[in-house]
Design a protein around this ligand. Structure first.
Ligand SMILES: [Zn+2]
Length: 453
């Protein structure tokens, strides 16, 4: 028996396809997770949703997060700090992470993303306290599956502690052997590179100032052996630039290039402080950038050169970054704030509202190495979200549904989020987990984590 879903009489279907098509008053039919039909014919389906007054968009794709940080949000002691001080203060709390915190922060962070239209999430987990961390990524995969999202987990890592000239404390760094062993185990256990995959593994040493060059190099070799992707933080701050220049005699990108870290299978978080020559290297090698406007503003890190990157065809996706520098998990907000930030900074050269939507969909798919998600067309995954346009805040905005989310923005919870033809959010509520329980247990765990410090 095939699983099927028909969404009928959709007011606007924004496809983000090659022709940038928007259909009006159409039906969308999904069978066994894939889009089979868009048009006016009726199909019998197991489940039917009335799309009257609905705008349907491709599911959003988050390309950088640290889900555990949802439990260290809005902490007064770090609100005025920039990255390096912010990190060294927070490491002292993060070294208390345990399995329950990983499970519940994944519910919370991914849950909030899904309630705001996200259907695929990449998480960059890199804090593995020595006492209890062997199953963190396994737990994340199980929790994400329960929620019903497509999940790209990373085996992040830190190997350069304070005593060796790095930033993190000893208790959260691991040996290179342990990191590589666990990376290979996770790839073999979970990575599925096939079409419509729901589980993928990425190797993601944390940053040039918390990882040795040897680990960066070995991680790239291991990733390429198995055909998985590579990710790290880069060019986020001037402090980082000073660190690599003083320690290695190279600017951050030059340093990463020397370790084998450019290419179509690599994307960096932030990418703010690239100079003209470095942008050319990214364009030539097709190395990507996860743009995190809210985090970059919150930590006063700077403004990424997104208009130029798009002009040069550098792959760019959108991301919320960890919740300690955001302090939320909402790509809809990221789209609007990114749009406004670049309008302020670049005027006519800024991405349009629709460009922001494409960064959050097709752009993200490209960074994650996927051509089966990020747009709504025949043969692609049935990943989408729906917003009822009949609301006060949308009156007068409906002539351009493509740009709506960037220019006007949407601040409620979406009506539906659907992953592979399965409803995972309905009327703004998560379908597969008990939200009340997550809120209760989550708050209890946060209290314990924070009061230990
Ligand atoms: Zn980050």
């Amino acid at each position: 028996m095939k699983n099927s879903l028909l969404i009928k009489n959709i007011s606007y279907l924004v496809t983000c396809d090659e022709q940038d098509r928007v259909f009006e008053n159409v039906n969308l039919y999904i069978e066994d997770g894939a889009i089979k039909y868009i048009g006016n014919d009726a199909y019998n389906a197991d489940e039917v949703i009335d799309g009257k007054d609905m705008i349907v968009y491709p599911g959003l794709i988050n390309t950088h997060h640290h889900l555990y940080q949802t439990f260290t949000r809005n902490l007064p002691q770090v609100q005025n700090m920039e990255l390096f001080d912010w990190l060294t203060t927070l490491y002292e709390i993060w070294k208390g992470l345990n399995s329950d915190i990983i499970r519940y922060s994944t519910y919370v962070g991914v849950g909030e993303l899904m309630k705001n239209g996200c259907t695929t999430c990449f998480d960059h987990h890199y804090v593995f306290p020595q006492e209890e961390s062997d199953e963190f990524i396994d737990i994340q995969f199980r929790t994400a599956e329960e929620l019903g999202v497509r999940f790209h987990a990373s085996r992040g890592s830190m190997s350069l502690s304070k005593k060796d000239g790095g930033l993190p404390p000893d208790s959260v760094v691991q040996t290179i052997d342990k990191i590589l062993y666990d990376s290979e185990r996770l790839i073999k256990t979970y990575h599925d590179g096939s079409q419509f995959s729901t589980r993928q593994v990425v190797l993601a040493p944390c940053s040039p100032f918390s990882v040795t060059g040897e680990l960066m190099k070995e991680s790239a070799i291991l990733a390429r052996k198995y055909g998985v992707r590579l990710h790290t933080h880069l060019a986020e701050t001037i402090d980082e630039e000073k660190f690599t220049t003083e320690k290695f005699g190279m600017r951050p990108l030059e340093y990463m290039e020397s370790l084998g870290w450019v290419g179509e299978d690599v994307w960096y978080a932030h990418g703010i402080h690239f100079n003209d020559e470095e942008l050319k290297v990214l364009a030539k090698t097709k190395t990507g950038v996860a743009h995190c406007p809210v985090s970059n503003m919150k930590l006063s890190s700077g403004v990424a050169r997104i208009p130029e990157m798009l002009e040069m065809d550098i792959p760019v996706g959108l991301a919320v970054d960890g919740s300690a520098s955001n302090d939320g998990s909402n790509l809809l907000e990221e789209m609007r704030i990114g749009y406004l930030l670049h309008r302020l900074h670049s005027s006519r050269k800024a991405p349009t509202g629709y460009d922001m939507l494409k960064l959050a969909t097709k752009g993200g798919a490209k960074l994650l190495g996927r051509n089966d998600i990020g747009e709504l067309s025949i043969g692609k995954a049935g990943d989408l979200f729906m917003i009822n346009k009949n609301r006060i805040e949308f009156v007068g905005t409906q002539y351009d549904p493509k740009s709506l989310l960037g220019t006007v923005g949407f601040k409620g919870k979406v009506d539906y989020t659907i992953v592979g033809g399965k409803i995972v959010v309905k009327d703004g509520k998560l379908i597969n987990v008990d939200e009340e329980k997550v809120i209760y247990e989550g708050n209890k765990l946060v209290e314990k984590l924070i009061s230990n410090n």
